[in-house]
Ligand binder design. Structure first.
Ligand code: FAD
Length: 531
């Protein structure tokens, strides 16, 4: 009789406490399931990189002497079975023919019978749907079951809920400061923030004009053509370019650590200054590209934060760069997870502004004439990646101004990015970017007209639309949509002190000018597919 221990596709930490001792009575289970490839349409690179990293971890564990049971996406029914269950579950039509077509629960029932399991253990899942599914399955399994921590985050799931309590608005900055104090990050001997302030964002808002040069991409290159063939042959539908012969995502901890080293040495110093910049020359600029390695837990947030702090203490990077970077991980990442667990279930259905418009077709092919949007979408489709400002101020900004359906957008973001897992994607998309939670997370909608995009980037220079024009065929669509957004939502947003200036400017406009903007916005939305 065995204990089965489940490892999900985003639980790939080879240093988890589970692996400290080899135990012949424990079987580690990793499953490539259609349930996981199909819950939204995913970018091909995301499916490939997760499966490749799962396979790498399975090899690593087996080489250490652990017993591993791996069910591949191509596993036929009854794979490696000694004795199948009396009544095998039936795969869903059109979702493959093997074990991988079963839902996670059926698969576990089958494996537990095969291995005559007496006990089942799993690490705390980060997504609500898996947490529910596993809890329900455990309750009916008749086995001794145990959920253990993943040992990954700084804070437990409900830390933010406890911290904010009944407050109406949950400000990241407050939570971040508390965590800096609790974990002694960037504090001086008196426990005060290094440099005399908690946040150096004011130093961090520069456009990038080509200097300093962006260091080359040092990520590994893998040929996963054979795995991609298996995935495609199994009928999994995906989006974006697979780039299977030259995939650039790390698939084990050693590779992730190399990537971290490279970031700290070559990019961190300029991270802060150009954090909000947009460039037609570079789709990554000085960003770390570490979100995939972090989210599948090949890296721990603590070690990434410590490395950034050490680099500052060693005089290698400015404080504003280290602080800006650390805030993303110790602040934003922990905070959005707390929001997610406090608000689920239900958060993923929020739509405070009642936006309904379907996503235009060019979200799936990047074919729009808006230069900044085309660059952000093409980066996403080619690389399963876009940096934060592309996600927030180009794609998300347009979506909010145009009133796109936030749930459809949430599914798109959840599918397309290499780092997208619901606990981090949903608060970012629905809360921060779309204001769909009515302002729990963001104190005001993150929207801008063309002026911001022009200031922070160089796309406007080659764009057929003119950022200086508000009306007419050549006017940048962001302009009229911006004013129309605030007009449409005046009732809800007009009382918000943080945007009172916008409403004052609207009121100062001549009625004809306002009418012209409304008309331009309506016309823009009518021809949204052709923008
Ligand atoms: P860097 O810019 O180098 O930042 C360093 C690290 O900080 C990231 O790797 C990430 O772990 C963390 N981080 C930065 N910003 C955030 C944030 N807002 N929330 C949580 N962690 C953050 N991030 C995801 O990991 N998964 C998602 O699915 C995701 N969806 C997003 C959707 C929208 C609409 C927006 C606006 C942001 C989203 N983000 C998401 C946050 C952020 O854009 C990405 O973490 C970042 O772009 C990843 O690239 P990087 O590793 O180069 O990040």
């Amino acid at each position: 009789a065995h204990t089965l221990r489940l490892l999900l596709g985003d639980q790939l930490n080879p240093d988890h406490a589970w692996f400290g001792r080899v135990d012949a009575g424990v079987v580690y289970v990793l499953l490539e399931l259609r349930q996981e490839t199909d819950y939204v349409r995913h970018h091909a690179q995301k499916i490939l990189a997760i499966f490749a990293a799962m396979r790498r971890l399975a090899q690593h564990l087996a080489a250490q002497g652990h017993r591993v049971r791996y069910v591949g996406i191509d596993a036929p029914l009854g794979t490696g079975s000694a004795a199948g269950p009396a009544a095998q579950p039936q795969p869903q039509p059109g979702s493959g023919t093997g074990v991988q077509a079963w839902c996670l629960s059926d698969c576990l029932t089958w494996l537990c019978q095969q291995h005559q399991a007496r006990a089942f253990e799993y690490q705390e899942p980060d997504e609500w749907r898996l947490d529910q599914q596993l809890a329900t399955w455990c309750a009916g399994s008749g086995l001794a079951t145990r959920r253990v921590g993943s040992g990954h985050f700084y804070t437990p799931r409900h830390a933010a809920a406890q911290f904010f309590g009944a407050r109406k608005q949950w400000r990241q900055e407050h939570f971040y400061r508390r965590l800096r104090q609790e974990h002694g990050v960037l504090l001086d001997a008196l426990g005060q923030p290094e440099g005399g302030q908690w946040n150096f964002d004011a130093d961090n808002r520069q456009p990038w004009r080509g200097q300093p040069p962006v260091p080359p991409d040092a990520r590994p290159v893998h040929d996963h053509s054979a795995l991609w063939h298996l995935i495609s042959a199994s009928g999994v539908q995906s989006m974006g370019e697979p780039s299977a012969a030259a995939l650039r995502w790390p698939i084990d901890r050693a590779e992730a650590l190399q990537q971290l080293d490279h970031f700290i040495e070559h990019r961190l110093a300029h991270f802060g200054a150009f954090q909000d910049a947009l460039s037609s020359q570079h789709g990554t600029l000085f960003h770390s590209l570490l979100s995939f390695a972090l989210n599948v837990k090949m890296l721990r947030p603590h070690e990434v934060v410590q490395r950034a702090e050490q680099a500052w203490r060693a005089g290698q990077v400015p404080l504003a760069a280290a602080e800006g970077f650390i805030r993303q991980i110790l602040g934003w990442r922990e905070y959005v997870r707390g929001v997610y667990w406090a608000q689920m279930p239900g958060y993923t259905n929020c739509n405070a502004l009642a936006h309904q418009r379907p996503l235009p077709h060019w979200f799936w092919n990047g074919q729009t004439r808006m230069a900044c949007m085309a660059a952000a979408l093409q980066n996403s489709l080619r690389n399963a990646y876009a940096h934060h400002i592309q996600r927030l101020m180009v794609i998300g900004n347009f979506a909010l101004l145009a009133g796109l359906d936030p749930q459809a957008l949430h599914r798109w973001y959840l599918g397309i990015y290499i780092d997208a897992f619901e606990w981090v994607e949903a608060p970012n998309t629905l809360g921060m970017s779309q204001f769909a939670d009515g302002g729990l997370l963001a104190s005001k909608p993150y929207v801008s007209s063309a002026a911001y995009l022009q200031r922070m980037g160089d796309h406007c220079r080659t764009c057929p639309y003119d950022p200086a024009l508000k009306t007419g065929a050549r006017a940048c669509p962001y302009n009229a949509l911006y004013w129309d957004f605030f007009e449409r939502h005046a009732q809800r947003l007009g009382q918000n002190a943080r945007i009172s200036l916008v409403y004052r400017n609207l009121q100062r406009m001549a009625p004809e000018a306002r009418a012209a903007l409304r008309e331009q916005a309506a016309h823009t939305l009518e021809r949204i597919e052709a923008l």
